[in-house]
Design a protein around this ligand. Sequence first.
Ligand SMILES: C[S@@+](CC[C@H](N)C(=O)[O-])C[C@H]1O[C@@H](n2cnc3c(N)ncnc32)[C@H](O)[C@@H]1O
Length: 237
Amino acid sequence: MKFFEADNAGMEPAAEAENNIRLINASLAILENNKIVDALAKPLPHVDFEDLQRKVDQNFLVDASSITTRMARFFHAISGYKNPSNIFVAGSFQANSIVWLAGGSRLSCRVIGVDPDVEACQVARKNLKAIGFNNVEIFDARAEDLDCAKLDEIQLLLLDADHPTQGKRINIDILEHLKPRLSPEALILAHDACWPSFENDFKEYSQYLRHAFPECCSIKLALDSFGVLVTQAKIAK
Ligand SMILES: C[S@@+](CC[C@H](N)C(=O)[O-])C[C@H]1O[C@@H](n2cnc3c(N)ncnc32)[C@H](O)[C@@H]1O
């Protein structure tokens, strides 16, 4: 498994924070215009992100991550927009993506992270406990093997698994497995959509989306060199 150290992680200088906020607001406007998020919804204020950022900086142990601060801000903001009661993260590693989604949502939101890396799951649990996030459960398992009967309806899904041989194609198996548990208006985030070595995996993933969710609408946001594909599933039930 190869991880990439994010080029822009941790607390940003003020000018960079301002630029990141501008880019996040522009991205949210694109999602609003494409009816991927509700125009009436509003995320938590940026100062809430910065409070959480300080806590994470002081308490989290993360060996490696490709989550940049700009992406962390985006996860926090999109979670606030969606206001989910259930979040699911496939490939939660040491919780450095789940923390921003959980932090942007209400405290009553149930958040589940799944990763087959047992040691990373232990670190994730410790990290989340250190900042008092008691609404997050971490399971050491492959997301596509998790017993779906145990899950509530998922409103926000982050796909960030990276399989040793299948790479990001694993997203297809995971999404196919979780599909029956998605809410009709579920938002699906697929991280690393701009990373060059995953280009073919994302082509296959996009084909799968068009086939499995014919009404879906997707936008690729090149927020950083990793990027994220945001999909409104629009499932007829
Ligand atoms: C790029 S890392 C995820 C980074 C993470 N989201 C973060 O916060 O920094 C990819 C993770 O996917 C996990 N993974 C691989 N196959 C998986 C599967 N089938 N289901 C869930 N996670 C998987 C790996 O163990 C690894 O921890």
